[in-house]
Design a protein around this ligand. Sequence first.
Ligand code: CO
Length: 140
Amino acid sequence: MLTRIDHVGIACRNLAEKVSFYESAFGLTVVAREVVEQHGVREAMLHVADAPAGSSYIQLLEPTGPDTPVGRFIERHGEGIHHIGYGVADIQDALDALGVAGVRLIDKRPRHGSMGAAVAFLHPSGMGGVLTELVQAKAP
Ligand code: CO
């Protein structure tokens, strides 16, 4: 079902600072920036590598305010890994199969994600405490 690790989502207090850090430490490049007001988050995608199954990224997430999902995450846990995003070939098929298997879904249907991808989240309570995202990349 999973084709690759698409991205690692990292919560941070200061997006500009963390982008600079990842650029200078690893020589990475920001390939997309987005503000998703609906989810209270500012994000930057840094390209890590290309593979036959698709590209992989680091997704840096800065909350737009304290009373947002990422804001509350940082309040509780501090900065750090927020979620893992796995690539899938067909996200609706994957959600249907996981639903049948009894995995707790946050999204029963895909929503719009970074760079035109379709994404859906699985609840951390059923995933060993890891907020898990499925990503079907935009067709090239
Ligand atoms: Co993500």
